[in-house]
Structure formats: C-alpha cells, structure tokens
Design a protein around this ligand. Structure first.
Ligand SMILES: Nc1nc2c(ncn2[C@@H]2O[C@H](COP(=O)(O)OP(=O)(O)OP(=O)(O)O)[C@@H](O)[C@H]2O)c(=O)[nH]1
Ligand SMILES: [Mg+2]
Length: 283
C-alpha cells in the first residue's frame, strides 16, 4: 500500500451510527439488540455513562476498554468494570469514553455510539455540530412511540434534521407498550406530522421495540408471548426496517479500513468530537 493510500485510510472518518435522545428511551438496549450481545449498561435511572463506542471484533471474546480524561492511551477493562464506569452520586467519573469490541456483530464496518441521555435543565442534550469527523455518521434520535411528538423532541428533530440532512433517522422505541391501532396510526401519520412542522422531506421514523427484538432470538420467551401477535408483528417489522436502514447506510458509506481496535475507536476524530460536545455535561 502506498503512502497516499495510508493517509487516506487515516483521514477517512469513522463510519458510525450515533444514538442520542432523552434518558430512559432505550438507546442502550437498542444497541444491544442490534449487535446481539448484552454489552451496554441498562437501567431505569439516568445511566450517566460516558459515550460508548462499539464495533466488531474479528476474533474471540468481547473486549472492553476505557479512556481516562486527558490520557491518550486506552485501558483494557473487564465487562464488570466497563458496566460500572459512570457518574455515580458523590463519585465523579474519570473516564471520558468507553469502548467495546463485539465478536460476530452483524455490522462489519458500521460502529455504534451510545451517548448519555439528556433529561433535566442541568443535563441538556449535547447537540453535535457538523464537522469533518462526523461526515461518515448517521444520527439516530431515540425516542418512544408514545412521546415522540413532544415539543422538546420535535425541537431536537428539527435541529438534527437541519444539521445533518439525509443522515438522520428516528427510532420510536417501546412500541410494545402501545396497541396495534395506535401503532399503525402513528406510523402512517408521522411523515405528515413532521412535514407540518416544516421538516420536509420527513426523515424516516421506525416504530420498534428493543425489548422484543432482544427476545426474538430466545425461543418461547415469556415476554414476547405476553405481547399481542399483531403488536409483536408491527414491532418486528419496524425493527427489520430500521436494521435495513442501518445496513444501507453502511453499504453506501465511503469506507476503506480493515478493522477496528479499541485504540482506533477511542482515539478517532469521531470520539474526540463526541466527547468534546459532552464536556460541561459532567455531574
Ligand atoms: N417495554 C420496553 N422497555 C424497554 C424497551 N427498551 C428499553 N426498555 C427499558 O427502558 C429502560 C431504559 O433502557 P436503557 O436502554 O437503559 O435506556 P437509555 O436510553 O440508554 O437510558 P440512559 O443511558 O440513561 O440515557 C430499561 O429499564 C429498559 O429495560 C422496549 O422496547 N420496551
Ligand atoms: Mg443508556
């Protein structure tokens, strides 16, 4: 490989899907469902985890790492350490980025970024601004089917749509909590509703359930059995369409790198852009 090509490799920004949205909307569970592993910390409380960068590993067991604030090296962690790295009341978090390499994950080149959920005034959403490091990035606003048209969600949608046209989609999670008529109604009218707010052409909105998707691979799963067939089918179809949108993004991205290491993930210009935008969000 000649030097120009190598430079090209280094400069090509990471191809990634960045998940953002309110806390407790299921961003982490959604990524677990996509990569088909229980990698990320899941909680009903605000998780206050630093941004997590996830990509495929070409071998063996999952690998976890952490980047400490101000350091340029990655430390390897156990899964337990990785799961407990977050802001816990009274104990500030010294890490600004976490990484995981997942074997057999269905996406070969697309990396995933889980960002801390936003909630109250003191934890406003860190909205990313266009930058070369984000040129290969798809933004996935994660909300719930029930609350997606809330005023502040609509404001976030507008903002991301304006900043990243054509690279922005909406995952309307927890669709398993709604009835079939309601799901179809939202699904069929979301476009109109977005366009009424001046968001034209509307980005795709996928009604889905991370919870049901994770259980899909478990034969006879009790949770899936409890959900009405019609609802389950709508959730599965929504998730399949969402997965296809991610595969299409991956297939169309200009990519030329061979594989990821925790270093290439956590020292990437994308990781820098995401962690910088989280600055000032610390507890
Ligand atoms: N019923 C149902 N519950 C879900 C679904 N997705 C997530 N949950 C639950 O919602 C809660 C929050 O999920 P997380 O994935 O931790 O949410 P998050 O958006 O990552 O939250 P933060 O990291 O705090 O921003 C957990 O209790 C999940 O089990 C879903 O599709 N259906
Ligand atoms: Mg989370």
């Amino acid at each position: 490989m000649d030097t120009t090509m190598q430079q090209g490799l280094q400069e090509s920004p990471l191809c990634a899907a960045v998940f953002m949205g309110d806390f407790n909307t299921g961003k982490s569970l959604l990524i677990n469902a996509l990569v088909r592993h229980d990698i990320l910390f899941i909680s009903r409380d605000e998780s206050r985890t630093p941004p997590v960068f996830i990509a495929r590993s070409d071998s063996g067991e999952p690998l976890y790492g952490v980047r400490q604030k101000g350091e340029s090296a990655v430390e390897i962690n156990s899964h337990e350490q990785f799961l407990s790295t977050r802001h816990i009341k009274g104990a500030p978090c010294d890490s600004d980025a976490l990484g995981a390499l997942v074997p057999d994950m269905p996406f070969r080149r697309l990396a995933f970024v889980d960002t801390p959920g936003a909630s109250t005034d003191d934890n406003k959403p860190a909205i990313l601004k266009p930058a070369p490091a984000l040129d290969n990035t798809l933004f996935v606003l994660t909300t719930t089917l029930e609350y997606w048209p809330a005023r502040h969600t609509m404001a976030l949608i507008k903002e991301y749509y304006a900043q990243f046209p054509g690279r922005f989609i909406i995952a309307a999670n927890m669709t398993d909590q709604m009835n079939a008529n309601e799901i179809r109604r939202v699904r069929d009218r979301a476009r109109q509703r977005l366009e009424r707010h001046g968001i034209t052409p509307a980005p795709p909105l996928f009604p889905l359930s991370a919870r049901l998707e994770l259980a899909r691979r478990i034969p006879g799963d009790e949770y899936r059995k409890r959900i009405k067939t019609e609802v389950r089918e709508l959730c599965d179809a929504g998730f399949d369409a969402f997965r296809v949108a991610l595969y299409e993004f991956e297939a169309n991205a200009s990519l030329n790198h061979a594989g990821y290491s925790l270093d290439t993930l956590l020292m990437s210009t994308l990781a820098t852009a995401v962690t910088m935008s989280e600055k000032g969000q610390d507890a």
